[in-house]
Design a protein around this ligand. Sequence first.
Ligand code: SF4
Ligand code: SF4
Length: 170
Amino acid sequence: MSTLIKPQELDTSIRDLAKQASDKIVECIQCATCSGSCPSGRRTALRTRVVVRQALLGVRDVLSSDDIWLCVTCYNCSERCPRGIEIVDVIIALRNEAVRRGFMRSKHKDVAKLFIAYGHSVPIDDARRQLRRKLGLTEVPPTTHMYPEALAEVKEILAEIGFVDLVSRQ
Ligand code: SF4
Ligand code: SF4
């Protein structure tokens, strides 16, 4: 991250949501224990310390960056942070805001669309149907696959809470 951040690159609402997620974020001493504890960061460009810093400053780009999606929510960082910052809560808050602002990743959108259509993010396919039959199970599991009325309810709930609209706006 550049040390010179221009005022137009900042968005105070990002800082506010980070503080809501963990008010202790203001106590971050940039020790990088979080980065050093991060299994994802060993293999990717994720630098947890940088994400925390960007969130605290309200750097707009943090919402469109890949970094917030590279976290596997293992909680190592939150457990080891000497300031007790709920880092994962901050990252999840950033992800939610990123999606609200239209930065949903295409793969996530694909999964969301499947969930809206079938009530499953991984709907059953012919191979699974066959396998279930072979095992003496019903062809489809007793979920929305078996009960169309339950699927209708799931769709209604997803529409009611704005999820369908959120996905279609991406
Ligand atoms: S471990 Fe905690 S205090 Fe240290 S840089 Fe990470 S968030 Fe900040
Ligand atoms: S929770 Fe995420 S950011 Fe924290 S250590 Fe695990 S992968 Fe890294």
